[in-house]
Design a protein around this ligand. Structure first.
Ligand code: SF4
Length: 367
């Protein structure tokens, strides 16, 4: 078969410690992983496992579940056992659920020190339990729930305050010899968030979980996350990512994967290269691109398919693609590897592209 397309990563990764979240390595030379969080009531075990299955199918590698109540904590053993991907328990307020999650076989635990009263007193016991079980801890600092002491010191959730809060909690774990830590410092403002992660990257070698929190509805949240993650990942900062959207979690995963692919940090699957259309277009490019995208959905091979609106620039623009079409005069010139292989009527463009894509995909997967 063909050798896999090699991504050109946007930057060398910053060296970090590596830890294991279940079977997913995070940090070090491990690929940047994509995670998300369920929106179901965790104690509704069937609904939660169903959503985890959907997330797994969309490419999610690690899933987090909220544990606000005893019922949720009691659901963790079954969820952790039946989930296809590692489960992280997300704990605010109640240290006892940290112990329950470790006991339940969760792959990791996220704690928000700003939301756990007397958290500092519990760190020793948490470090022991997590260390014995080989469970990493994410210290998840959030601008909205910053430790009161740091809020008082800095006046608001500045990059310095977020970073200081995270490193303070790390130091408490370090006192107990526990270093299986990853860190997040989330803020809704990408600029503050980027600065906070840059500070962390200078001051520690823990793997970093990137996130813009409360990023907003899908369109805005996608852009905020892409801009912020792009800035950081282009400096080699970031070991695992979570896109937060006010949208179904599988959408977060799709966005996360696209961001990594765009930055060359993950091998591309199918890529549609379509022109923006212009006054020269002789076909409805948007509709054609949508139909081709829908027709090729689920084809999991690194194939670049060009959809071009005219024959003026189309052939040239299609040359780099594996497969393409340049439309004009009610017809479509079909390109494979830069050569015109046939011309078909406009009504046959989509089915011809799908046929050719399927053939190319078979060639690629032939051993
Ligand atoms: Fe315009 Fe043709 Fe270029 Fe599309 S391929 S943007 S229609 S010139």
């Amino acid at each position: 078969g063909m050798p896999a397309a090699r991504p050109r990563p946007i930057a060398d990764r910053r060296p970090t410690r590596q830890l294991q979240v279940g079977n997913v390595a995070v940090g070090g030379d491990a690929p940047v992983s994509v995670q998300s969080m369920t929106t179901t009531v965790t104690s509704d075990i069937n609904a939660t496992l169903q959503q985890i299955a959907e997330l797994t199918a969309s490419g999610c590698q690690i899933v987090r579940v909220a544990v606000p109540t005893t019922d949720d904590a009691e659901a963790l053993p079954i969820i952790a056992r039946k989930s296809q991907i590692p489960v992280i328990a997300d704990i605010h307020f109640q240290p006892k659920y940290v112990f329950a999650a470790i006991e339940a076989g969760c792959a990791a635990v996220r704690v928000n020190p700003g939301n756990i009263k007397k958290f500092d007193d519990q760190v020793g016991a948490i470090a022991r339990a997590a260390g014995d079980a080989g469970v990493p801890i994410r210290i998840g600092v959030n601008a909205g729930s910053l430790d009161q002491r740091l809020l008082a010191k800095h006046g608001k959730a500045t990059p310095e305050a977020l970073c200081e809060s995270a490193l303070w909690e790390c130091s408490l774990f370090e006192e107990h010899g526990f270093r299986d830590i990853k860190i997040s410092v989330k803020h809704h403002d990408p600029v503050v968030m980027v600065q906070a992660y840059r500070l962390l990257a200078q001051r520690c070698d823990y793997p970093l979980h990137l996130g813009v929190t409360e990023a907003g509805p899908a369109f805005q949240g996608t852009i905020k996350s892409a801009a912020a993650f792009g800035a950081l990942l282009s400096e080699g900062i970031g070991d695992t990512i979570r896109v937060s959207l006010s949208a179904p979690p599988a959408d977060e995963v799709k966005v996360g994967i696209q961001i990594l692919e765009s930055l060359g940090l993950r091998e591309r699957g199918l890529e549609i290269v379509s022109c923006p259309s212009c006054g020269r277009a002789q076909v409805d490019v948007y509709q054609l691109a949508d139909e081709v995208t829908a027709g090729l959905e689920g084809m999991d091979v690194p194939l670049r398919v060009a959809v071009m609106g005219c024959v003026v620039n189309g052939p040239g623009e299609a040359r780099d693609a594996d497969l393409g079409v340049a439309s004009g005069n009610g017809k479509g010139q079909i390109f494979v590897k830069g050569e015109v292989i046939k011309t078909v009527p406009e009504s046959k463009i989509v089915e011809t592209l799908i046929e050719e894509a399927t053939r190319l995909a078979e060639d690629m997967t032939d051993a």
